[in-house]
Design a protein around this ligand. Structure first.
Ligand code: ZN
Length: 370
């Protein structure tokens, strides 16, 4: 091989790997019994509506930031870049899809039906043709989305620009809900939490969702201090269909500000599967102090507060189990009977795991004693 050929070959090699020489940062949140845990963001924009980036950048960001599935949801009715970008509503999906397939990111076709309140902004995901959502009447747009098999959810329901005084549920939402069109709700959007939405999710059995609604580059909007929100989706298979089925079955949790919010049925196994608790019996006896090792293998830091005393022994009032750290929990025997207890139970609540009632998740830490 001539020297020139070799240089050309090397040049091609380096150019071809250039874009993907960075590292993906995985998000460590455990799977739960029966389900794979996916990290998903179902709300974001590109230059094809009012965002600042090209569609493939959204896929690259998702890959770098450890996400598994995303939906690019351009506004149907708000296209401020239309003088420069003259394209139909499916174009950003079509541009992003080949790269998503290459990088193993599940790209779900979506769009944002963008109306005044009521009904406000609604995302329709798992659609087939966004162009058909361009309708005079918002109701017709929603019916069309449903006919395409969409999962529709209410975006930023407490957004001050549309709900300045109180976060209200309007009769239009009842209509969408009763028609089986609106099945989910953002309890968190970008940097806002909506407690009312969590309450409605419980009352009306809506799927709990948290999204970034990112418009600029994601590393401009989010940082280590202000983490990108996302939705945990518990799937039986890592496919578009798997994600859709999970959304329909309400198998989700909202992640934001180092918190998780949603159904206890998912919060509890996430918490317990994050921890590795020493399984050697502690053999605690009266008047003795023993230490138990607990390792948190997840990216979530758990803040625990005692909710009731343990029987026959004392344990700390508060515990902070930091992400990827090991702690020693000090136990003190205060009864003769404790030596005969097979299992020691500690009753805590996890302050940063929020149930649908908006309360801290109660948990029991069990330690083998003998
Ligand atoms: Zn949006």
């Amino acid at each position: 091989m001539s020297k020139l050929n070799l240089i050309t070959l090397l040049l091609i090699f380096f150019i071809s790997i250039k874009g993907y020489s960075q590292n993906r940062t995985e998000i460590n949140i455990p799977d739960i019994p029966g389900y794979i845990t996916l990290k998903c963001d179902f709300h974001m924009h590109t230059v094809f509506s009012d965002g600042d980036v090209w569609p493939t950048v959204r896929v690259q960001e998702a890959w770098l930031e450890g996400l598994d599935a995303i939906s690019i949801t351009e506004h149907i009715e708000y296209l401020p870049h239309s003088q420069d970008i003259d394209a139909d509503h499916n174009r950003s999906y079509e541009i992003a899809k080949p790269l998503a397939d290459q990088l193993g990111i599940i790209l779900i076709q979506g769009a944002e039906i963008t109306r005044n309140m009521p009904p406000g902004h609604l995302n329709a995901i798992f659609i087939k043709n966004a162009n058909l959502l361009e309708r005079e009447d918002w109701w017709e747009a929603c019916v069309e989305a449903k006919e395409q098999g969409a999962f529709v959810f209410w975006n930023h329901p407490g957004w001050k620009a549309q709900q300045p005084d109180t976060t209200l549920w309007w009769k239009e939402h009842t209509r969408l809900f009763n028609a089986g069109i609106m099945q989910g709700i953002e309890v968190y959007n970008e940097s806002e939490f909506y407690p009312e939405a969590l309450k409605w999710a419980k009352e009306k059995k809506l799927t709990v969702i948290a999204n970034s609604d990112v418009h600029g580059p994601s590393n401009m909007a989010f940082s280590a201090e202000k983490k990108r929100p996302f939705t945990l989706v518990f799937v039986t298979e890592k496919t578009t269909e798997g994600v859709k089925q999970a959304m329909l079955d309400k198998r989700t949790l909202a992640y934001f500000e180092d918190k998780l919010a949603g159904d206890r049925a998912f919060l509890t196994p996430i918490f317990l599967n994050s921890l590795d608790i020493a399984d050697k019996p502690v053999e605690l006896k009266n008047h003795e102090v023993k230490r138990v090792r607990v390792t948190n293998e997840s990216d979530l830091t758990y803040k625990l507060k005692k909710r009731q005393p343990s029987i026959g022994f004392k344990c700390p009032e508060e515990l902070i189990i930091e992400a990827h750290k090991t702690i020693l929990i000090e136990l003190e025997g205060i009864s003769k009977e404790i030596a005969n207890a097979g299992v020691l139970k500690m009753y805590y609540e996890v302050e940063n795991l929020m149930t649908l009632d908006g309360e801290a998740l109660p948990v029991i830490l069990e330690i083998a004693n003998k």
